[in-house]
Design a protein around this ligand. Structure first.
Ligand code: HAM
Length: 432
């Protein structure tokens, strides 16, 4: 034996998994429903590259975020560039909006994307290192109706997938001006309780005190429960914006919960932030399926223009986990209409050609080209409940004939091979 012997078992990287054939249908379903609803509301699909310059995320996602601090998969290319596997879509789409001059299109520009993102997190249920997002962004409008449109679309996507018992968690974190004032007030309060904060939050006091509001440690939660709330410190414009968002949600009858601790883990947010959470029968929260919000200052980091924006992302694996748990299996295409059985080499070749004619005619076919016994093949036809089998043996192949067998009553008819598609179409029409 040449070459190095592999001593350890090679497996998919931790926190990343194969999407197996039986899982594909779930991903396709989420995409199909998302695409249909987003397109209806005027969103156009965009697919950015999976690798982007590291600087894009350092600036866009934000240096003080856990994503940039700890979770990015970054690499140096042979040419010396520093690239990163996207940990989210938003900075990529902001870059694409600027790069392709979308600023000169009629505003707002509405974009959606679907694909994998990468974060080096500690893998656990619902938390992976590679996961898919269904992402929506709207650039060029500061109106509160846009914030609500995004929430409404995600809510409708989840409903269309059959996921009920949803709750929208909502907060406003103000804009640069009011959040600055609020941070000072919050810091004063937190510093008084510094000794009781967890180690991460002690560090956050210096880097990003707002994040202390959503720390999951009990000791920090207790301190936060008595903290001043941003909602009481919004400037007039932010206050009015949020008031409108709430009014629109009320009009639509969407169930929301004002959560003063919802600050979200990304640096770019301004004003509205939201998450959509599924609840189980007992009202327990099952983790966030969708997260998003407004980010009116992100584009300004990359261009001289100030363009307001708002968006969100759905975690596809989390959505699928709930679909599976609740038995919301996507429907499978109608089973194969026809089973093609063959005997001998010339019959195999004719079968392959015939399969293509059937495919073009939209008739689905199953086969066992690797099997030689006719009875084994017909057993397969029974198993998949095909109403008709086509049988082509050496003799039929030599005469360009084929047998159509009605699997219900075993009746067989012989037809010319070039007439079989037409014949089958008639028969299939009569059973539909
Ligand atoms: P995010 O909250 O970081 O927001 O992620 C959005 C969704 O992705 C979460 O609600 C969750 O369902 C899913 N998710 C996050 N991390 C993981 C993980 N490790 N494993 C599995 N699923 C996960 C963003 O990514 C923002 N870019 C959303 C946005 C768009 N805001 C404005 N525009």
């Amino acid at each position: 034996m040449t070459g190095k012997q592999v001593s350890t078992k090679i497996q998919a990287p931790q926190g990343m998994s194969d999407i197996l054939p039986e899982e594909q249908l779930f991903y396709k379903k989420v995409y199909a429903v998302g695409e249909k609803i987003a397109s209806f509301y005027g969103f156009k699909e965009i697919t950015p590259p999976i690798l982007e310059s590291t600087e894009l995320f350092e600036k866009g996602t934000g240096e003080a975020t856990e994503i940039v601090e700890k979770q990015m998969y970054s690499l140096k290319t042979k040419g010396g560039d520093s690239l990163t596997l996207r940990p989210e879509f938003t900075p990529s789409l902001a870059r694409a909006y600027i790069e392709h001059g979308m600023i000169s299109l009629p505003q707002p520009v509405k974009l959606f994307s679907f694909g994998p993102v990468f974060r080096h997190e500690r893998p656990q249920a619902g938390r992976y290192r590679q996961f898919y997002q269904f992402n929506l962004e709207v650039f060029g409008s500061k109106r509160p109706i846009i914030d609500v449109e995004i929430i409404y679309i995600y809510y409708n996507i989840l409903q269309a997938l059959g996921i009920k018992k949803l709750i929208i968690e909502l907060n406003s974190i103000g804009d640069k001006e009011c959040v600055g004032d609020y941070k000072k007030i919050l810091l004063r309060y937190l510093k008084k309780n510094e000794g009781s904060l967890c180690a991460d939050c002690k560090r956050r006091l210096k880097t990003n005190p707002l994040r202390i509001m959503d720390c999951k440690q009990d000791r920090c939660k207790q301190i936060v429960s008595g903290a001043p709330q941003i909602i009481d410190h919004l400037c007039k414009d932010c206050h009015n914006h949020f008031k409108k968002v709430l009014e629109f949600l009320d009009e639509l009858g969407l169930p929301y919960n004002l959560n003063p601790c919802l600050v979200r883990g990304l640096d770019y947010y301004t004003r509205t932030v939201f998450e959509i959470i599924a609840e189980d029968e007992l009202g327990r929260q099952l983790g966030s399926l969708i997260g998003g919000g407004r980010y009116d200052n992100l584009i300004k980091l990359f261009s001289r223009k100030s363009i307001p924006a708002c968006g969100g992302a759905g975690g596809v694996e989390r959505i699928i986990a709930i679909m599976k748990e609740r038995g919301l299996n996507p429907t499978i295409n109608p089973g194969s209409r026809v089973f093609l059985a063959q005997l001998g080499d010339s019959a195999k070749i004719k079968s392959l050609k015939l399969m293509e004619d059937l495919r073009r005619a939209g008739i689905s076919v199953a086969e066992s080209l690797d099997k030689d016994s006719l009875s084994a093949q017909l057993k397969n036809a029974d198993k998949i409940k095909a109403p008709y089998s086509l049988i082509i043996g050496e003799e039929e192949a030599n005469r360009d004939m084929i047998i159509i067998r009605d699997m219900d009553n075993g009746r067989q008819t012989s037809v010319k091979i070039d007439k079989v598609v037409e014949e089958l179409k008639k028969k299939i029409k009569s059973i539909n």
